[in-house]
Ligand binder design. Structure first.
Ligand SMILES: Nc1ncnc2c1ncn2[C@@H]1O[C@H](COP(=O)(O)OP(=O)(O)OP(=O)(O)O)[C@@H](O)[C@H]1O
Ligand SMILES: Nc1ncnc2c1ncn2[C@@H]1O[C@H](COP(=O)(O)OP(=O)(O)OP(=O)(O)O)[C@@H](O)[C@H]1O
Ligand SMILES: [Mg+2]
Ligand SMILES: [Mg+2]
Lengths: 266, 266
């Protein structure tokens, strides 16, 4: 069974792209076949792997608006890691698809159209809850929420969960929240401690209820702020290749381990 | 003459809201009458001042889609500082206005409709180049670009400048780029040094040309990473009230001084 995971948070700059790139790479390094999908018109995930989003290649725009299959748009990165890149036209897709029948389910159709020989699909989303993110939520089984432990970043959590609820009720009954992972974590700051406590309390009080997040976990593995994570996209690679001994590599490795253990027990 | 400045960058989480709140407050503390406009449906600027975006009050949604004037939606913060808040419906405005005649110029109409007794208007934008940001660019004279000195944040600069060019050519001939301010600056990292050098070279080579950014400056004042800046929104206030002796307060003060000096010489 393919595990399709959407990495979403409408707050900007909280670590979505960095998490898809590095968690994806860590899962594939452990032998799992992983496909990454770049649904952000700004194409940062595509750039993270050194791929030029302005090139003529087929990308997610063609998959969503034309007859290009996911397999045709796929670009191999390593033996177990593939990416479906974003090209700059993807921004036009939001407007072009606004009137399409079942416009939120185009991506799901494309994924279901061809048997997909991957174990994990990770989808990177833009910083909004627009049509592209809705397509990801409709195609996925689980939502992973990267969260910067800051006041402003915490404010949007309610709205994101609300949107997940709506998608689950109206379009995708399988959708659940896998959990929250704290990114850019600055250990020792009072602010981070307060936000983590608030988030843990929120999910603890929802446990066992009927919401899409009643089984969600706050991942123990926190991704510490580490400049190497901001450097590696400039070299078109992931942290485990760029600096395997850095905190960034250790933290994303630990997250991949916890992620696999969490799934195994499901 | 009112100076209308749009603070824009489609990259998420680079310091747009923090800059509008704290630069605005620093300018008003120096005796200038300042109005802040929250054009982000996520309403982070509104929250930064402790205002509830879910409350029934009139906000930017009503100004853009109904007959509410800016003055009616305005909320006084201090003697020289006013905000026009965002309410959660603002996200609907993008869709509702998509078919309106001159849809990018609604905000400009509203600002021009009533003589505005402010010296500075600072507009906070969402992390996208959609209709709300286009409204801000059409209404403003200057664009201030907050930039995190990271590889991924640098990639979108070209597209942002391209969009400024289009707006200037087709809608707003007065639009120019005031400059770039580096936010969340981590002194001493090689990455920050490289990005700053690249950006300075880019604007230096454009100087004296015919582009909207040929007079743009890279502000000397850099806003250093400082957790107090992330704490103060949780208290509904700005850095100069929350912790006037912090780096954050010093840096935004220095930026306001440089900003005023730059304008004085225009
Ligand atoms: N743990 C970390 N430590 C230091 N820098 C980080 C970390 N995680 C991400 N970054 C950097 O911070 C910036 C924001 O991260 P990223 O782009 O992954 O967030 P995002 O949520 O995808 O942003 P957007 O909303 O614009 O899509 C990037 O420049 C990235 O390189
Ligand atoms: N210099 C700084 N030092 C530390 N934290 C900062 C600094 N500037 C901003 N922050 C924090 O970093 C986060 C991102 O900043 P902010 O929300 O202002 O960016 P933005 O560009 O407005 O984001 P968005 O794209 O989501 O609108 C916020 O939590 C903010 O409190
Ligand atoms: Mg991203
Ligand atoms: Mg903001």
């Amino acid at each position: 069974v393919v595990r399709t995971i959407v990495v979403a948070n409408q707050k900007g700059g909280v670590g979505k792209t960095t998490t898809v790139a590095n968690l994806g790479a860590a899962l594939s390094a452990r032998g799992h076949k992983v496909c990454l999908i770049d649904l952000d018109p700004q194409a940062h995930l595509t750039m993270h792997f050194g791929i030029d989003p302005m090139s003529e290649r087929a990308g997610m725009y063609d998959v969503l608006t034309a007859d290009t299959s996911l397999a045709e748009a796929a670009v191999g990165i390593e033996s177990n890691l593939t990416i479906i890149p974003s090209v700059i036209d993807l921004a036009a897709a939001e407007v072009e698809l606004a009137g399409a029948v079942g416009r939120e389910q185009i991506l799901r159709d494309r994924i279901d159209a061809k048997p997909f020989a991957y174990e994990f699909i990770l989808i990177d989303c833009p910083p909004s809850l627009g049509l592209l993110t809705l397509n990801a939520l409709s195609a996925a089984r689980e939502v992973l929420i990267p969260l910067q432990p800051h006041f402003l970043a915490l404010q949007g959590l309610g709205q994101l969960l609300e949107t997940v609820s709506l998608v689950r009720r109206r379009i995708n009954p399988d959708l659940t929240v896998a959990g929250v992972v704290f990114c850019m974590f600055e250990t020792g700051t009072r602010l981070a401690g307060e936000v983590v406590r608030d988030v843990k309390e929120f999910f603890a009080s929802a446990r066992g209820g009927e919401t899409p997040w009643s089984d969600a976990r706050v991942f123990q593995s926190q991704i510490r702020r580490n400049v190497k994570l901001a450097e590696c996209p400039g070299y078109g690679t992931t942290i485990s290749h760029y600096d395997p001994s850095s905190h960034g590599a250790t933290d994303y490795n630990a997250l991949s381990e916890e992620f696999l253990a969490a799934f195994a027990s499901d």
